[in-house]
Design a protein around this ligand. Structure first.
Ligand code: THU
Length: 160
């Protein structure tokens, strides 16, 4: 039996080192945390999506007393982008979060499995690697392409 190793590569930098375009997207994600509806988890997540024409759309987590009915910030933003701008490729997605005390997380917040699956399909639709910016006060991680976040993913091609 062979052992196969998968390797992932990502970059990390300080917020101050981000270029203007990335910093604007991270800032939009940070601001979106203030529009979170999270009375149950007290964890406020914001996501910002940059489209091919430079338009930025945002989303935040929206919770519900029937817990599974709520939706993560990433999918709120991506589904909004898809429904409002269906012809526009999504180029980049930034994510930020604040804890119950209102403080931004020091480590980057990472998307849940369901959001990764939706990010993968977003990338397939765009036909180019999705740039993912995961913000934390200590560092921001930059990932080029969803395969890094979701290796061995299930996609539409498996059904062909
Ligand atoms: N959440 C997100 O919105 N995005 C993530 O990447 C992780 C988790 C939300 C879901 C729920 O409202 C709260 O954070 C706690 O899980």
């Amino acid at each position: 039996m062979k052992e196969l190793n998968l390797q992932i590569t990502m970059k990390a930098c300080a917020y101050a080192e981000l270029d203007d375009t990335d910093r604007a997207l991270v800032d939009a994600a940070r601001q979106a945390t203030h529009r979170s509806y999270s009375p149950y988890s007290h964890f406020s997540v914001g996501a910002a999506v940059r489209l091919a024409d430079g338009t930025i759309v945002t989303g935040s987590n929206q919770e519900n007393a029937a817990y599974p009915s709520g939706l993560c910030a990433e999918r709120t933003a991506l589904f909004y982008a898809g429904s409002r701008y269906p012809g526009q490729a999504v180029e980049a997605l930034a994510i930020a979060a604040r804890d119950g005390q209102g403080l931004y997380t020091d480590e980057p917040v990472t998307p849940c499995g369901a959001c990764r699956q939706v990010m993968l399909e977003t990338e397939m639709r765009a036909g180019r690697p999705l740039r993912v910016l995961l913000y934390g006060t200590r560092r921001t991680c930059i990932i080029e392409g969803v395969e890094t976040l979701l290796p061995l993913a299930f996609g539409a091609e498996a059904m062909e």
